[in-house]
Design a protein. Structure first.
Length: 64
């Protein structure tokens, strides 16, 4: 009886370890996706600022 109880307990612990490992992987993937989203957003904002700066320089050059 104790042997089967120990085996059952070991299986429970293995399942918990597997669940923790899977959760850790999923959290890592979610963090990576958030970072990628932030980088993409920063690039879009940067391009928009560069375009506005070009337009401002062009308007200034035309005014002179």
């Amino acid at each position: 009886m104790t042997t089967s109880k120990n085996r059952s307990n070991e299986m429970d612990l293995m399942n918990e370890d597997l669940a923790r490992a899977q959760m850790s992987v999923r959290l890592g993937e979610a963090q990576q996706m958030r970072r990628a989203h932030h980088v993409a957003h920063a690039r879009r904002v940067s391009r928009k600022a560069e375009k506005a700066a070009r337009q401002a320089r062009l308007a200034l050059a035309r005014a002179i």
